[in-house]
Design a protein around this ligand. Structure first.
Ligand SMILES: *Cc1c(COP(=O)(O)O)cnc(C)c1O
Length: 386
């Protein structure tokens, strides 16, 4: 039986997959079963931020795999400690909880926010409409998209939703009961919408004034994606909790919930945990990822972003552009159809609601960038194959 048939027969039908089987990846190139080459503008949904099989990452991971792939959190291991040290040094955060996914990082943030607010009777977490915080029951409750929650109730109580970039609505929904405001600074799955600086500042002010926590979900925006190490660094706010995942692993599953001074001691021994969290091989790889996200790489992200935007803005088929850094949303006639056509021509792009979403590797090479943009522009402009 071929791969697609076996997948359709045996994998739970939760995904609508594109009709391609990828077997190999190198940097920003992917290869299918028939050795056809694709330019990758999706990075496995912002995961392979340094490209597929990044050399330093691979060396770190395979080296650690050969020594000790897993020990459990009953003992100390070096890669997890080093990773947490790097994260704290680069962000000013004080402590890190390591887990395996974005949803788990947010789950940890939700538990911490609830415990933090407990004594003051603060029981509600305010998130945004159109947000995406994960697929577990609690993170779905935090996710401001009714359609994703359908069938799966009842949900844990204590979540409210404000309209993104609507300061009046944020002020109206914020109350003495608010334990935390939880935001994606650029909504990813919800349609690549960046929050305005004034809106985010107001959220930070409301939290500071009432003793609520500012929680920033950087699962997708983090690790260089928007042109700074974490997106909050360009918003002039100091979050109390930052969660991240996707790009930190460059291909292996990892999540991190980072705590600032105010929250570093909230979760105590026995109150949270994860069997795989802080896995040595994954953490060794993540250390190699962080080491490569330096000023030069970040400047490259901003430069490439400006270039891609300028080229796309000049396309007749582009109705609008959104996002930040190398997280780019494109409004066009039919995003799903556009993505399918790009794939047929050897370019991988993603969609988010009604938009095309680009999440290329932060270090995508000049040749791949030019070639991919050419295909994308041809498809967006309805040109025939050249
Ligand atoms: C992808 C994503 C998540 C969920 O991450 P998983 O690793 O799929 O659990 C949460 N928040 C944001 C902003 C995301 O983009």
């Amino acid at each position: 039986m071929d791969v697609i048939s076996a997948d359709k027969l045996y994998i739970a039908g939760t995904y609508r997959r594109a009709p391609v089987v990828f077997v190999e990846g190198k940097g920003s190139l992917l290869y299918d079963e028939k050795s056809a080459e694709y330019i990758d503008f999706g990075s496995g949904i912002a995961v392979a931020g340094l490209g597929h099989g990044n050399a330093a990452w691979l060396k770190a991971v395979t080296g650690q795999l050969g020594r000790l792939p897993h020990a459990s959190n009953l003992y100390y291991t070096e890669p997890a400690a080093r990773l947490a040290e790097k994260l704290c040094q680069r962000t000013g955060m004080k402590k890190v909880f390591l887990c395996n996914s974005g949803a788990e990082a947010n789950e940890c943030a939700i538990k911490a926010a609830r415990k933090f607010g407990e004594g003051a009777g603060k029981t509600e977490i305010l998130t945004l409409e159109n947000s995406f915080h994960g697929r577990t029951v609690a993170t779905l409750a935090a996710t401001g998209q009714e359609a994703l929650r359908k069938h799966f109730g009842p949900f844990p109580e204590g979540f409210a939703y404000a309209r993104p970039n609507d300061i009046a609505d944020l002020e109206a929904k914020f109350s003495d009961k608010t334990a935390a405001v939880m935001l994606e600074l650029v909504q990813g799955e919800g349609g690549v919408t960046a929050l305005g600086a004034e809106f985010v500042k107001r959220a930070a002010e409301l939290c500071a004034a009432s003793g609520a926590l500012l929680v920033i979900d950087e699962v997708q925006t983090g690790n260089g994606r928007t042109g700074t190490l974490y997106a909050y660094m360009d918003y002039g706010v100091s979050p109390d909790i930052v969660t991240t995942a996707k790009g930190l692993g460059n291909g292996l599953p990892i999540g991190a919930c980072m705590f600032a001074e105010k929250t570093e001691g909230v979760l105590e021994a026995g109150e949270h945990g994860s069997t795989f969290g802080g896995n040595p091989a994954v953490c060794a790889g993540a250390c190699a990822v962080l080491d490569q996200i330096d000023g030069e790489l970040l400047a490259g992200v901003r430069e490439k972003s400006a270039r891609i935007r300028a080229e796309l803005a000049a396309c007749p088929g582009v109705k609008g552009l959104s996002g930040k850094g190398l997280m780019i949303g494109i409004e066009c006639e039919d995003a799903k159809e556009t993505a399918a056509k790009c794939l047929e021509r050897g370019l991988v792009v993603l969609t988010a609601h009604e938009k095309i979403r680009l999440l290329p590797a932060l270090n995508i090479g000049e040749k791949e960038l030019v070639k991919g943009l050419k295909i994308l522009k041809e498809v967006l402009n309805g040109e025939t194959l050249t």
